[in-house]
Design a protein. Sequence first.
Length: 147
Amino acid sequence: MRTENRLVLRRGKSMRKCRTCFRYMENEDDAKAKGITPIYCIGYKRYFRKPRPGVRTRCTKKDYHEAIDGNARACKYHKYRWSRNLESWWIWTAKHETRRWYERNIRVPIGSRRPPVPLEFGFCPHCGEMPYSDKQCVFCGQRFTDE
Protein backbone atom coordinates (compact mmCIF):
# COMPACT_ATOMS: atom_id res chain seq x y z
CA MET A 1 0.00 0.00 0.00
CA ARG A 2 2.77 2.42 0.90
CA THR A 3 4.74 1.72 -2.27
CA GLU A 4 1.63 2.31 -4.40
CA ASN A 5 1.15 5.73 -2.80
CA ARG A 6 4.78 6.59 -3.44
CA LEU A 7 4.44 5.59 -7.07
CA VAL A 8 1.35 7.74 -7.49
CA LEU A 9 3.10 10.72 -5.94
CA ARG A 10 6.15 10.21 -8.13
CA ARG A 11 3.99 9.87 -11.21
CA GLY A 12 2.14 13.09 -10.35
CA LYS A 13 5.41 14.98 -9.95
CA SER A 14 6.91 13.55 -13.11
CA MET A 15 3.87 14.64 -15.13
CA ARG A 16 4.70 18.27 -14.48
CA LYS A 17 6.92 19.47 -17.27
CA CYS A 18 9.05 22.57 -17.39
CA ARG A 19 7.12 23.91 -20.41
CA THR A 20 3.92 24.28 -18.34
CA CYS A 21 5.61 26.62 -15.84
CA PHE A 22 5.19 30.39 -16.12
CA ARG A 23 8.97 30.82 -15.75
CA TYR A 24 9.62 28.86 -18.96
CA MET A 25 9.88 31.65 -21.49
CA GLU A 26 11.60 32.80 -24.65
CA ASN A 27 15.25 33.71 -24.67
CA GLU A 28 15.24 37.43 -25.53
CA ASP A 29 18.56 37.36 -27.38
CA ASP A 30 17.48 34.52 -29.65
CA ALA A 31 14.11 36.17 -30.35
CA LYS A 32 15.82 39.44 -31.32
CA ALA A 33 18.34 37.58 -33.51
CA LYS A 34 15.50 35.90 -35.42
CA GLY A 35 13.75 39.25 -35.92
CA ILE A 36 10.92 38.45 -33.50
CA THR A 37 9.97 40.93 -30.83
CA PRO A 38 10.45 39.20 -27.48
CA ILE A 39 7.43 38.60 -25.28
CA TYR A 40 7.83 40.45 -22.02
CA CYS A 41 5.80 38.59 -19.50
CA ILE A 42 6.08 40.67 -16.34
CA GLY A 43 4.15 43.91 -16.11
CA TYR A 44 0.80 45.58 -15.70
CA LYS A 45 -2.03 43.63 -17.37
CA ARG A 46 0.39 41.36 -19.25
CA TYR A 47 0.13 37.63 -19.04
CA PHE A 48 2.57 34.77 -19.24
CA ARG A 49 2.43 33.24 -22.70
CA LYS A 50 3.81 30.03 -24.13
CA PRO A 51 7.04 30.45 -26.07
CA ARG A 52 6.65 30.46 -29.84
CA PRO A 53 8.14 27.61 -31.89
CA GLY A 54 11.60 28.14 -33.30
CA VAL A 55 12.82 30.40 -30.48
CA ARG A 56 15.19 29.09 -27.83
CA THR A 57 13.74 29.03 -24.34
CA ARG A 58 15.09 29.55 -20.84
CA CYS A 59 13.93 29.23 -17.26
CA THR A 60 14.06 32.48 -15.30
CA LYS A 61 14.33 30.74 -11.94
CA LYS A 62 17.37 28.69 -12.91
CA ASP A 63 18.74 31.55 -15.05
CA TYR A 64 19.75 29.26 -17.89
CA HIS A 65 21.26 30.97 -20.88
CA GLU A 66 21.36 27.86 -23.05
CA ALA A 67 18.23 26.36 -24.53
CA ILE A 68 16.37 23.98 -22.23
CA ASP A 69 14.05 21.17 -23.17
CA GLY A 70 10.40 21.79 -22.38
CA ASN A 71 9.84 18.13 -21.64
CA ALA A 72 12.31 18.22 -18.75
CA ARG A 73 10.96 17.41 -15.32
CA ALA A 74 9.74 20.47 -13.46
CA CYS A 75 11.73 21.89 -10.55
CA LYS A 76 10.41 22.44 -7.04
CA TYR A 77 9.49 26.05 -7.92
CA HIS A 78 7.09 24.95 -10.66
CA LYS A 79 3.85 26.90 -10.92
CA TYR A 80 1.42 26.41 -13.77
CA ARG A 81 1.09 29.23 -16.29
CA TRP A 82 -2.71 29.27 -16.10
CA SER A 83 -2.70 29.64 -12.28
CA ARG A 84 -0.14 32.47 -12.43
CA ASN A 85 -2.21 34.21 -15.11
CA LEU A 86 -5.30 33.83 -12.98
CA GLU A 87 -3.50 35.40 -10.01
CA SER A 88 -2.29 38.25 -12.22
CA TRP A 89 -5.79 38.82 -13.58
CA TRP A 90 -7.23 38.80 -10.05
CA ILE A 91 -4.73 41.33 -8.74
CA TRP A 92 -4.74 43.80 -11.65
CA THR A 93 -8.29 43.53 -12.93
CA ALA A 94 -10.80 42.31 -10.38
CA LYS A 95 -9.18 43.32 -7.08
CA HIS A 96 -7.73 46.64 -8.23
CA GLU A 97 -10.83 47.78 -10.11
CA THR A 98 -13.14 46.78 -7.24
CA ARG A 99 -11.00 48.72 -4.76
CA ARG A 100 -10.96 51.81 -6.99
CA TRP A 101 -14.75 51.61 -7.43
CA TYR A 102 -15.19 51.38 -3.65
CA GLU A 103 -12.95 54.39 -3.07
CA ARG A 104 -14.65 56.54 -5.73
CA ASN A 105 -18.27 55.68 -5.01
CA ILE A 106 -18.44 54.84 -1.31
CA ARG A 107 -15.44 55.91 0.77
CA VAL A 108 -14.87 59.43 -0.59
CA PRO A 109 -18.55 60.52 -0.66
CA ILE A 110 -19.08 59.32 2.92
CA GLY A 111 -15.80 60.91 4.05
CA SER A 112 -16.77 64.25 2.51
CA ARG A 113 -19.63 64.51 5.03
CA ARG A 114 -17.18 64.90 7.93
CA PRO A 115 -16.65 68.44 9.23
CA PRO A 116 -13.60 70.21 7.73
CA VAL A 117 -10.34 70.06 9.70
CA PRO A 118 -7.01 71.87 9.19
CA LEU A 119 -4.37 70.13 7.11
CA GLU A 120 -1.45 68.97 9.29
CA PHE A 121 2.08 69.06 7.81
CA GLY A 122 0.84 68.16 4.32
CA PHE A 123 -0.81 64.90 5.43
CA CYS A 124 -4.47 64.10 5.95
CA PRO A 125 -5.22 63.90 9.70
CA HIS A 126 -7.84 61.18 9.12
CA CYS A 127 -6.06 58.61 6.89
CA GLY A 128 -2.43 59.79 7.05
CA GLU A 129 -1.95 59.93 3.26
CA MET A 130 -0.74 62.90 1.22
CA PRO A 131 -4.04 64.34 -0.08
CA TYR A 132 -2.80 65.84 -3.43
CA SER A 133 -5.23 68.73 -2.92
CA ASP A 134 -5.61 71.44 -0.29
CA LYS A 135 -9.42 71.25 -0.41
CA GLN A 136 -10.21 67.53 0.01
CA CYS A 137 -8.34 64.23 0.45
CA VAL A 138 -8.67 62.03 -2.64
CA PHE A 139 -8.29 58.84 -0.58
CA CYS A 140 -10.77 59.25 2.29
CA GLY A 141 -12.81 62.33 1.30
CA GLN A 142 -11.89 64.42 4.36
CA ARG A 143 -12.38 68.14 3.67
CA PHE A 144 -9.86 70.75 4.83
CA THR A 145 -10.23 74.32 6.05
CA ASP A 146 -8.57 77.21 4.19
CA GLU A 147 -6.08 77.97 6.99
